[in-house]
Design a binder for this molecule. Structure first.
Ligand SMILES: NC(=O)c1ccc[n+]([C@@H]2O[C@H](COP(=O)([O-])OP(=O)(O)OC[C@H]3O[C@@H](n4cnc5c(N)ncnc54)[C@H](OP(=O)(O)O)[C@@H]3O)[C@@H](O)[C@H]2O)c1
Length: 251
């Protein structure tokens, strides 16, 4: 019972597939109880829970659209009721719709992208802070993107949302540093997930883009997950306010 109570709890948003799922699996393998948030794909979220449980880990799925403040608050209340603590927040949920020129970005796609990628992270961060304080220390990792620094391939709406996440990371890290709560951002470049369909459409575009990386390939979700695991479980308190890129030597 004591070890149950001592087991850390992590919320990973957007963990039904892709990078979030890999992060959830990685944390669960390190004995962390993982809350798998998703918005639509319940079956995939339940499959991720089953995979973790099948490997001897602990996980549960909680639906919430992170852009909906009320839904986020309800998700945190569910975590309070079912698990009673929170030690780690990974703001991973994100959307991308490729729109090449700024003049083609509609108000709707601008607002929706900012709502999910930036408002969602803010709502979760704000709700997590009192819980992490109650736990006595904490770790927050925000999944930004290389696009935050380069503009990237998806569009200005996406790049701006991910750059906003860096500012949120920096300020949160400053505010929380003396409380043992480390806040860092991870900036993947191109990772093999469903989102790749938005970044490079078709085999030729993919081939061209992958060879632009000196390593000769795109990244894998598990590679991002290993960095997140380090930040959440192994990194010293002094490693906070940092932006860590995974970019296959494409400098
Ligand atoms: N793939 C890349 O190359 C790449 C590069 C840099 C950064 N990133 C960032 O990494 C993160 C994960 O990307 P990915 O490639 O793994 O994406 P993905 O395969 O498209 O998965 C997206 C995940 O986010 C969830 N989600 C979407 N909208 C949501 C909402 N409103 N509320 C809650 N969850 C929501 C999805 O849930 P459902 O399954 O229920 O739809 C899914 O679990 C994103 O923030 C993305 O911007 C990705």
């Amino acid at each position: 019972m004591d070890s149950e109570r001592q087991r850390k709890v992590a919320l990973v948003t957007g963990a039904s597939r892709g990078i979030g799922r890999a992060i959830a699996v990685e944390l669960a393998a390190a004995d962390v109880t993982v809350v798998i948030n998703y918005v639509q794909r319940r079956e995939e979220a339940e499959a991720a829970v089953a995979a973790i449980q099948g490997a001897g880990g602990r996980a549960l799925a909680v639906q919430a659209d992170v852009s909906d403040r009320g839904a986020v608050e309800a998700m945190f209340r569910a975590i309070d009721e079912r698990l009673g603590r929170l030690d780690i927040l990974v703001n991973n949920a994100g959307i991308a719709s490729r729109i090449d020129s700024i003049t083609a970005i509609t108000d709707e796609s601008w607002h929706r992208t900012l709502a999910v990628n930036l408002d969602g992270a803010f709502f979760c961060l704000r709700a997590a802070i009192p819980r992490l304080r109650a736990a006595g220390r904490g770790r927050i990792v925000n999944i930004s993107s290389g696009a935050a620094l380069t503009g990237g391939a998806i569009g200005a709406h996406y790049a701006a949302s991910k750059a906003g996440l860096l500012a949120l990371t920096a300020k949160a890290a400053r505010e929380l540093a003396r409380e043992g709560i480390a806040v860092n951002a991870v900036l993947p470049s191109v990772i093999e997930t469903d989102m790749l369909d938005q970044i490079a459409r078709g085999p030729e575009a993919r081939e061209r883009l992958s060879t632009a990386f000196p390593i000769g390939r795109f990244g894998r979700p598990e590679e991002v997950a290993r960095v997140v695991r380090f930040l959440c479980l192994d990194a010293p308190d002094y490693l906070t306010g940092e932006f860590i890129s995974l970019r296959g030597a494409r400098l």
